[in-house]
Design a protein around this ligand. Structure first.
Ligand code: DCP
Length: 230
């Protein structure tokens, strides 16, 4: 069990969390989040948490990620329940440095992936209701502070190209249309700001460029991404 106290609203707060800065890197599948995290992992005083995708591919010998892509109506809730747990675990874990940078968040898991499964007709309403009740309970009762969202903004076509190049077995079935709907959800949430609540201010970085240019952009944006003095 994680240690913690309660804030004025009664939410569970992890000890010491208010003194640290939490930055979430967001963007479409294959938008380059891992490269961004790797780049900043070389900075001292930053703790970098990559996405727990290895867990989503292997929970006690099962691969809920592959199952979800094979049959979303049957296995969407299975993967997304587990994603929600692993994300909550990340958000709640003790921070070991003054700045934490992490890949995605419990918020995008719900507002982007779960909402997309439901609204595209690939998740039964009862599954969506149960997942939403879990999410609402968590965000009502547990404090999940985020200080900044860095949005790696790509075109769905770029992500599609990168997906084909990296050739992850589970993702071979992903069509361009899927990346387009994930993209649209990210734009509505982080740019138009007209869909779901924003947990933090948003910094947008154009991410269609090649690796060299991306590293340059990360360096140019360093002062905006990291709080003063890091
Ligand atoms: N995924 C999902 N539901 C979520 C989160 C992720 O179905 N709530 C899927 C989408 C991808 C896989 O998990 O197939 C890995 O997700 P990411 O896009 O976060 O990881 P990448 O490795 O693609 O990130 P990047 O290439 O930007 O580094």
């Amino acid at each position: 069990a994680s240690s913690g106290t309660r804030d004025v609203t009664g939410k569970l707060v992890r000890d010491g969390v208010d003194k640290k800065a939490v930055i979430c890197i967001e963007g479409n599948i294959a938008s380059g989040k891992t490269t961004c995290l790797e780049y900043f992992s070389k900075t001292s005083n930053i703790e970098v948490l990559t996405e727990p995708i290895s867990k989503w591919r292997n929970v006690r010998g099962h691969n809920p990620l592959a199952l979800m892509y094979q049959d979303p109506e049957r296995w969407g809730i299975t993967l997304q329940t587990y994603v929600q747990l692993t994300m909550l675990d990340r958000h709640m874990s003790a921070i070991s440095a003054p700045v934490r940078m992490m890949e995605r968040s419990i918020f995008s898991a719900k507002y982007i992936f779960v909402d997309n499964l439901f609204s595209s007709g690939k998740m039964p309403e009862v599954d969506y209701a149960v997942l939403s009740e879990w999410f609402d309970w968590i965000t009502t009762n547990i404090s999940i502070p985020v200080d900044l969202i860095v949005y790696l903004q790509t075109s769905p076509q770029t992500c599609h190209e990168r997906l084909k190049q990296r050739c992850r077995e589970e993702e071979k079935v992903i069509p361009l249309e899927y990346l387009e709907s994930i993209h649209q959800r990210y734009e509505d949430w982080l740019i138009k700001k007209n869909s779901s609540p924003l947990p933090a201010p948003v910094l947008v970085i154009p991410a269609d460029n090649d690796l060299q240019k991306m590293l340059q952009l990360y360096e140019e944006n360093r002062d905006k991404i990291l709080p003063a003095n890091y």
